[in-house]
Design a protein around this ligand. Structure first.
Ligand code: ADP
Ligand code: ZN
Length: 212
């Protein structure tokens, strides 16, 4: 299975990606997680990427494409994967198609998770991430910030630096301008499927499953 998850920041790509990769046993590739882990390890790539991430801008295409190339080449000859947060620009989508064509494979489906902007802002401002398992949850599920613990593993939580209100606005603008055109790109290829991303995690997962 070769799947791309498309959707705005806060649409729930990461949450659904974890559920899908658990169920089907395919590798979950999140470029955002990869970049954050590079930054945590103070690598050159991580520090460079952070210049863009902290402002809500996209990291340059060349850097991202290299990350994906390495990931894909490391896998088997016919890699299976679930892409979360990649591709995000026209250039990335084209290079990705070329890369896959070079391996004699192609994407099966692109699943677009659709959520309206007010809801996205609400979700992103209340989003917290687990230090231990990188699970995602909402601070609204707890009485106070102090009581908040990861519902999956009990680990402590943090707020992503780019989940700050001003940076969120920029990320949504960038999404509209640079990533939304991919909906059209994949529609033309006949592999785009859109679902509503509102409702509970499990409701959304049910919608995803009807497509797989
Ligand atoms: P979100 O989808 O919630 O914005 P991600 O974790 O997917 O969060 O991405 C966080 C940041 O990492 C982005 O704002 C961007 O700076 C960078 N990034 C992640 N994936 C890509 C990509 N494919 N191309 C360019 N930049 C990326
Ligand atoms: Zn956790």
């Amino acid at each position: 299975m070769r799947i791309v998850l498309l959707g705005a920041p806060g649409a729930g790509k990461g949450t659904q990606a974890k559920k899908i990769s658990d169920k089907f046993g395919i590798s979950h590739v999140s470029t955002g997680d990869i970049l954050r882990s590079e930054l945590k390890n103070n690598t050159e790539l991580g520090m460079k990427a952070n210049e863009y991430m902290k402002e809500g801008k996209l990291v340059p295409d060349e850097l991202i494409i290299e990350i994906i190339r390495k990931k894909i080449e490391k896998e088997s000859r016919e890699p299976e994967f679930l892409m979360d947060g990649f591709p995000r620009t026209f250039v990335q989508a084209q290079k990705f198609d070329e890369m896959l064509a070079g391996l004699g494979i192609s994407l099966d489906k692109v699943i677009n998770i659709d959520v309206d902007e007010d809801e996205l802002i609400k979700r992103l401002t209340s989003r917290r991430v687990c230090h231990e398992c990188s699970g995602i949850c909402s601070i609204n599920n707890f009485n106070s910030e102090d009581e908040a613990k990861c519902p999956i593993c009990g680990g402590s939580l943090y707020k992503r630096k780019d989940d700050d209100r001003e940076v969120i606005k920029e990320r949504l603008k960038v999404y509209e301008k640079q990533t939304m055109p991919l909906i059209d790109y994949y529609s033309r290829n006949g592999i785009l499927f859109s679902i509503s991303g509102s409702g509970s995690e499990n409701e959304i997962f049910e919608r995803v499953l009807t497509l797989l």
